[in-house]
Design a binder for this molecule. Structure first.
Ligand code: COA
Length: 191
């Protein structure tokens, strides 16, 4: 939680509900150039696999708390079986009016702490910008022996252990929820 000039910014993580997801999609449509990310969470919410939505709330004297950021976590498979402790992170976004003030990093770090402390998450994988995610401790997933089905440069596929050695004995291809795109339909083998 941070306080600035009478405003409080705090992170709340909860098991996803249709209602919560519906409150996130307008933000996703604003923060990303196209509808893909909003459609991904709309599709994921229909599945009953483990999913968590993290929101950054802005409390002020002006009215109800406002959602100004969100990060979505979803159970993932490693080599075709669900990993009990692992989550994919994404999409993640801060409302355009609130970007560049350290709030994205606040949401990322706080949601990871809550995921570990309250939901016993062991590790998280993300496909994204290393300059941002490395600030919360993410490292190339290849260092843990994890590979990505999607045809992206390996530097964009990162992982973080929330519990020491959570990735010991875990290796191979990580499969995101099919809402992100079915890897079977992507013929390019990553390096
Ligand atoms: C990416 C995003 C979530 C970051 O949130 P934010 O509140 O703007 O970022 P912060 O102010 O917390 O940035 C923290 C640090 O990360 C860096 N950073 C933020 N976004 C970055 C990016 N896309 N690429 C490289 N570095 C980035 C900042 O420069 C800052 O560095 P500093 O501490 O050295 O000054 C936000 O800009 C966003 O929603 N963008 C549009 C949606 C998107 O691209 N999401 C996917 C991210 S992979």
């Amino acid at each position: 939680m941070t306080e600035r000039a009478g405003e409080t910014f705090r992170t709340v993580v909860e098991l996803h509900t249709d209602e919560r997801v519906d409150s996130l999609t307008p933000l996703l449509r604003l923060a990303f150039p196209g509808p893909f990310e909003a459609e991904v969470v709309e599709q994921m919410k229909q599945d009953d696999c483990r999913q968590m939505s993290a929101v950054l709330l802005r409390d002020s004297v002006e009215g109800d708390p406002q959602i100004i950021g969100q990060a979505y976590y979803c159970a993932l498979e490693v080599e075709q079986s669900f990993n009990d402790e692992g989550y994919s992170l994404g999409p993640m976004a801060i409302h355009p009016e609130w970007q560049g003030r350290g709030l994205g990093l606040q949401l990322l770090k706080e949601s990871l702490n809550i995921l570990a402390d309250d939901y016993q998450a062991g590790w998280v994988a993300v496909l994204g910008e290393p300059a941002f995610y490395s600030k919360a401790g993410f490292a190339p997933a290849s260092e843990f022996g994890l590979k990505c089905h999607y045809p992206v440069s390996p530097k964009y596929f990162m992982a973080l252990e929330l519990r020491p050695n959570a990735l010991n004995g875990v290796s191979g291809y990580v499969r995101y929820h099919s809402a992100f795109g079915d890897p079977e339909e992507i013929p390019v083998e990553p390096e």
